[in-house]
Design a protein around this ligand. Structure first.
Ligand SMILES: Nc1ccn([C@H]2C[C@H](O)[C@@H](COP(=O)(O)OP(=O)(O)OP(=O)(O)O)O2)c(=O)n1
Ligand SMILES: Nc1nc2c(ncn2[C@@H]2O[C@H](COP(=O)(O)OP(=O)(O)O)[C@@H](O)[C@H]2O)c(=O)[nH]1
Length: 233
């Protein structure tokens, strides 16, 4: 159950999981807009910490530069204090937890209300990621077919050039997906056992979205969603 703070605030804490390209970022943005949950992307946290040279950021950079996952203790040191600060706002975590150790650390720090797991066919993931372009500084994501930038090759907000990540190429993707499956399976099993896991399978985000939206509508009262939205934007 979401934790009741007072008559007007109800904290809702959710996690979104899925392989690279499954639409976590895209769906998180819709949830943030529609329900006022603060979208917390671990990739964005890492980029912010790297840009501002924090101790954890400097450490994380040494792993990311080598194409490695950041170790659990660095990720938890980075993320958990940020979550603990968010005592008055509902949130949706994207990109964390990735491992069982991260899930256990999160579990000891707070109680989750919902875990959304995206189950998307491999061919769809390959196709999407081959068209994914990002604005590296902000992590803003585009797709040349699904949600193209207003001007080709250029970020809508800053006007800076977009790049394609090396690990979005099909050769790298198969290894990333295998890794995701191995590492995510025990995490998914934990959430299934807790009874908070909801899995969505389809090739199109637009077909999944109505189901996620009605699930959240049933769990988050409209007045709470409105209040959260107003305090987020
Ligand atoms: N729990 C996490 C989250 C992120 N990272 C690292 C590895 C990623 O390469 C980098 C950027 O993370 P993102 O989630 O932004 O991007 P990804 O490309 O890994 O994820 P996806 O393709 O699923 O959006 O940060 C990590 O080690 N551990
Ligand atoms: N064609 C198509 N592209 C999509 C769909 N949903 C998301 N995308 C794009 O696919 C890519 C991966 O989505 P993203 O939200 O970044 O996934 P994440 O890696 O799980 O965060 C991005 O370029 C999105 O714009 C969809 O239903 N169809």
């Amino acid at each position: 159950m979401a934790q009741k703070l007072d008559d007007t605030k109800l904290l809702f804490r959710a996690v979104i999981m899925g392989p690279p390209g499954s639409g976590k970022g895209t769906i998180s943005e819709r949830i943030a807009r529609g329900f006022g949950l603060q979208h917390l992307s671990s990739g964005d946290f890492l980029r912010e910490n790297i840009a501002s040279n924090t101790e954890a950021g400097v450490l994380a950079k040494t792993y990311i530069e080598k194409g490695l996952l950041v170790p659990d203790h660095v990720m938890t040191r980075l993320l958990l204090p940020r979550l603990e600060e968010m005592t008055c706002h509902s949130w949706l975590l994207d990109g964390f937890p990735r491992t069982l150790a991260q899930a256990e650390a999160l579990n000891s720090s707070c109680e989750l209300d919902l875990v959304i797991s995206l189950n998307i066919p491999l061919e769809t993931l390959k196709e999407r990621l081959s068209h994914r372009w990002i604005h590296q500084a902000s992590g803003r994501v585009y797709n040349m077919c699904f949600n193209p930038p207003r001007v080709q090759g250029v970020d809508d907000i800053t006007g800076e050039p977009l790049i394609q990540q090396d690990d979005d190429k099909p050769e790298a993707l198969v290894a990333r997906l295998r890794h995701y499956k191995d590492v995510a399976k025990p995490v998914i099993d934990v959430y299934k056992a807790k009874g908070i896991l909801h899995t969505f399978s389809d090739t199109d985000t637009d077909r999944i979205w109505p189901y996620i939206s009605s699930l959240l509508s049933a769990k988050i009262p409209t007045d709470i969603a409105d209040a959260q939205r107003a305090s987020t934007h």
